[in-house]
Every structure is written in C-alpha cells, then in structure tokens.
Design a binder for this molecule. Structure first.
Ligand SMILES: [Cu+2]
Length: 286
C-alpha cells in the first residue's frame, strides 16, 4: 500500500527520489503507445490529449462530467506505478500540492518542480530539473502536431485564473450531490477549483497535453484527495452518480483510455465502481 502525502511534508531524499523517477520515466523507458518515437512518460500526455482532442480522440469524455474523478484517479495511479517500475522502487508515491505557494508549501523550487517560465525566453522554465537547458525533459506531444521542446509556464498571466484559497476549497466541499447540475460537487470542483489552477500555471498546463508538466500529477493528486474528503464529509451522499441507467457514465461503465482499435496505454480495466475505494487501487492518503 502506498501512502500519498502533501509535498510540503516530503523529506529531501523523498523529493529527490520522486524527481529521479520522473526523469527515468521520461528518458529510460520506451513508450507503449508509440514505441521508439517517444518515451513512457509521454504516453500519459498522449492519453490525456486523446481524452480531449485529436485524431485518436476517444469517448466518453472524462472532462466536464461525472467521469472526471474516477478517470483521473486511475490515470494518476497508473503514473505512480509507472514511476515505481522506472525507478525500481515500490515506495515512490505521487505527492499532492494544495495550491499554496508560501514557504515549504511552494513546490516550484530548484530541487523539485522548478520555477515559472522566463517571459524573455518564450516562457521556458529555466530552473529546476525539468529546465530545457538540463536536456533531461524533452516535450514530445503537443495539442498541435509540433511545438516547443521546452517545458513552458506562465504563472498568473491569465487574469481570469487563480489558485483556490482554503476557504474556496472548504466551500466547494459543502456541495451535494456528487452530480449533476451547476451547483453539484463534481461541477464545482472541476470548474471552480481544478480548471483555474491549470490556467494559472499556464504554458503546457493550459493545454489538452497538460500532463507534459509534472505539476499536473501533484495537482490531480490533490483533486483526488478532495474527492476522498468530500466522500467522508458526506457519508449519506452517493460517492458517485449516476448510479445506473446511463451507459458509459454510470457505476457499471468501464473507464476508457484508448480509441477502439488503438493500443491500450496500460494493462487492466476498471469500472467506475472499482475506483471508489483507494485501498483497492493500492494507495491511501496520509
Ligand atoms: Cu484532465
């Protein structure tokens, strides 16, 4: 069982092990989806792109609806397992970032995620392990056919974007039911907490290919934890809806990660109902 924790509580060796596992997945492990053309890390970028756009787009869509939490839960767990095998270390786990930037809560440091992009260099990230100059983190999948090989960030240049405050998070957690409707938990969390963070970081994080930025996984790990918190806070609300009667979207539906006829990004398949308990997927939150 893996225990996921707040990035701020990671020890220096744990941070270093996480970064080196990400770099191993990015450089040392071949792709399953496009072997020889990209690396295993890039498969996760490609899957997320295919969930939103492009010639390999699949249905149903795991954004803008109830599948958002279960679909990303399996994706982040598969990324965690891929890191473990790339690093040959079963104790690697994905930490979460709670959208705080102060002190130890700031993940954008030279020893971890690296900093903001440099506007004078086309918003390339110029510090930390993923900076282009280090030549260890090449971007290979874009929303368009080609793009910048450097990781890009533009903190806060989208003035409609924001990092949610603890009180915004607490307010979202009061929303019921799980789904549907403009004021339900799923719509509120995805639209008011999750989306603005993607846009606030900007650069690659603003695209369908957002997993290009490793912060994607820390962001989605926190979203995943918030689903857990919401479930525990509302023991009499269904943890997921619709329960039945909506093929593709209800509890009995199989989560989709590839278009029919295209290779699957990983072995195994999960119904929505298989994702409601994190321990059955092999992890818990500290
Ligand atoms: Cu997503």
């Amino acid at each position: 069982m893996n225990t996921r924790k707040n990035y701020a509580n990671m020890l220096a060796p744990e941070k270093a092990a996480f970064v080196s596992a990400v770099l191993a997945l990015k450089n040392n492990v071949d792709s399953v989806l496009k072997p020889g053309k990209m690396k295993r890390y890039d498969d996760f970028v490609q899957v997320h792109k295919n969930a939103m756009m492009g010639p390999d787009m699949f249905m149903p869509m795991p954004h803008g609806g109830p599948l958002f939490f279960p679909w990303h839960r399996v994706m982040v767990r598969q990324f965690e397992l891929a890191l473990q095998s790339a690093a040959n270390d079963p104790n690697i786990s994905v930490p979460y970032w709670d959208w705080e930037l102060s002190g130890a809560n700031n993940p954008f440091t030279d020893d971890f995620m690296g900093g903001d992009g440099d506007a004078a260099q086309g918003h390339r990230v110029v510090s930390g392990p993923f900076a282009a100059a280090k030549k260890k983190f090449k971007i290979r999948v874009w929303d368009t056919n080609t793009g910048n090989a450097a990781l890009l960030r533009e903190f806060g240049t989208d003035h409609t974007a924001y990092l949610p405050t603890p009180s915004q998070v607490a307010s979202a957690l009061t929303k019921t039911p799980y789904s549907p409707g403009a004021n339900c938990w799923e719509t509120t969390c995805e639209g008011m907490l999750h989306n603005p963070v993607h846009r606030w970081i900007g650069g690659n994080m603003g695209d369908a290919t957002s997993p290009n930025d490793p912060i994607f996984f820390l962001h989605h790990c926190y979203i995943d934890l918030l689903w857990e918190k919401w479930r525990k806070q509302h023991p009499t609300s269904a943890p997921y809806l619709p329960a039945s009667g909506t093929p593709g979207y209800d509890l009995a539906s199989v989560l989709v990660y590839n278009k029919a006829g295209n290779p699957a990004p990983w072995a195994g398949s999960w119904k929505v109902q298989d994702t409601l308990d994190t321990t059955s997927l092999g992890y818990v939150y500290a």
